[in-house]
Design a protein around this ligand. Structure first.
Ligand code: PLP
Length: 422
């Protein structure tokens, strides 16, 4: 097939510059979390399957249609121009994307670098942290992410440290969580490094990261923060966590294409993380030298501004409030139901949109996989069971912006039915 020069230019120009949502969907004022008419219009921007009620949106976040279109155009451009673009225009374009993300985070551009996901960012932080000596100790909790627990456990082999694990209280309180970490540090004075998961993928519990980081810092203990699920689901500015080492995802709650995460290292702490072994000296004092991804999906990174445009048009506070509202519609309505355990407290500081539940005494993986299966088979609700909390497995419910109050009502009616026949 012959493609004319003009056709090529039209294709090149077709890369949308931003992922703006339909002007009618950008709310004039802050949108209310229960304004179903607004949220239904917004849901229309997502091509979500209606075969099921999708309440398992924690794995990653769907791209809204304008973001997907931007991504498709960016893939076509990268594929068409390959190295001609990569060796000339790509680097400044990616630096501009990085600057945009850093500004949104409230941090300096050189303090962040793109990774392919939160795992890659956190692995670089945990493996690269160089202040540990044989005989020191490190700490993680039951609700931390499995791979990050494994990274911490591997420090025993690589650095000769003792690995301490704790169970977070269930039910939890804000002060109780801070006290739990403080008690663990007091009981184990050799701890030098802790892992903190801001928002647990197991239960949805939000840990008061800022307070715990400050408490640990005062005791000479560093913290690596796993913010894979929190930034974008909760309304906060990463700089306000006042943490030194953090891993983020942009492909969960920001709705960027799969394959974009961020590593953050506070500028003044850069020497505590070793340069990545795939980099060559001299090592600049920036996060970019602390992680080496090799060749990545540039189109995914180039689509991040479109994803941010889309989310900014909704507003961070409105998005977080909507997700909480969808969670409250079932979790707070059903709280107190005999035999039902809601695994995040009502305290709004301790949850976002995700919340898990458990039927009392039904703590095995098999029990909870069976409950998730019945939700799907009998009520068309797609959820997922999660293992790992010290008190037992559970079923996780993760709403997204395209879910309606009606979706949640189906869940709210289904859970008591399953409980009666459990
Ligand atoms: C708490 C937490 N940390 C880390 C990760 C890893 O994220 P990714 O698989 O995108 O690297 C996840 C993924 O779900 C997570 O929930």
């Amino acid at each position: 097939m012959n493609i004319s020069r003009r056709q090529m230019m039209v294709a090149a120009a077709a890369v949308p510059v931003a992922g703006r949502i339909d002007a009618a969907l950008a709310p004039a004022a802050v949108v209310r979390p229960d304004d179903e008419a607004y949220w239904a219009k917004l849901a229309g921007q997502y091509d979500v399957t209606r075969d099921i009620i999708q309440l398992e949106n924690g794995n990653w976040g769907m791209m809204a249609r304008p973001v997907l279109e931007h991504y498709e155009a960016a893939v076509r451009r990268v594929n068409r121009e390959t190295s001609y673009y990569a060796r000339r225009g790509l680097t400044p374009d990616l630096m501009a994307v990085r600057d945009r993300v850093a500004a949104k985070m409230g941090v300096a551009s050189q303090e962040i670098a793109f990774t392919r996901n939160a795992t890659e960012a956190l692995k670089a932080l945990i493996g690269g942290y160089n202040r540990l000596r044989a005989g020191d100790a490190v700490l993680y909790a039951d609700l931390d992410y499995d791979s990050m627990q494994a990274c911490f456990a591997s420090l025993k082999r690589s650095r000769g440290v003792d690995v301490v694990s704790i169970a977070l209280p269930e039910p939890a309180t804000h002060q109780g969580l801070i006290d739990t970490y403080e008690a663990a540090l007091k009981a184990n004075p050799k701890i030098r490094l802790i892992l903190l998961t801001h928002l647990s993928h197991r239960t949805g519990l939000v840990v008061p990261v800022r307070d715990i980081v400050a408490m640990a810092r005062a005791r000479g203990v560093d913290a690596i923060v796993d913010a894979a699920h929190s930034w974008g689901q909760l309304d906060f500015r990463p700089a306000d966590l006042d943490a030194d080492f953090v891993g983020f995802n942009l492909h969960k709650w920001w709705g960027a294409p799969l394959g974009v995460g961020v590593i953050y290292i506070r500028g003044s702490k850069i020497d505590l993380i070793d340069p990545d072994s795939a980099n060559t000296p001299p090592f600049a004092a920036n996060s970019y030298t602390r992680v080496h991804t090799g060749t990545v999906d540039f189109a995914a990174q180039l689509t991040v501004p479109a994803a941010l445009d889309f989310q900014d048009a909704i507003g961070d506070a409105a998005r977080a409030a909507r997700l909480r509202h969808l969670r409250d519609l079932w979790a707070e309505t059903l709280r107190g139901t005999p035999g039902l355990e809601i695994l995040t407290p009502s305290d709004p500081r301790l949850h976002g949109g995700i919340t898990s539940f458990r039927f009392a005494g039904r703590t095995s993986v098999q029990d909870n996989a069976a409950i998730a299966k019945r939700l799907l088979d009998e009520h068309r609700i797609f959820s997922v069971h999660r293992d790992g909390p010290a008190r037992g497995a559970c079923v996780r419910i993760t709403p997204a912006l395209f879910n309606s109050a009606a979706d949640i009502r189906v869940l709210e009616k289904a859970i008591p039915k399953l409980l009666r026949r459990a």
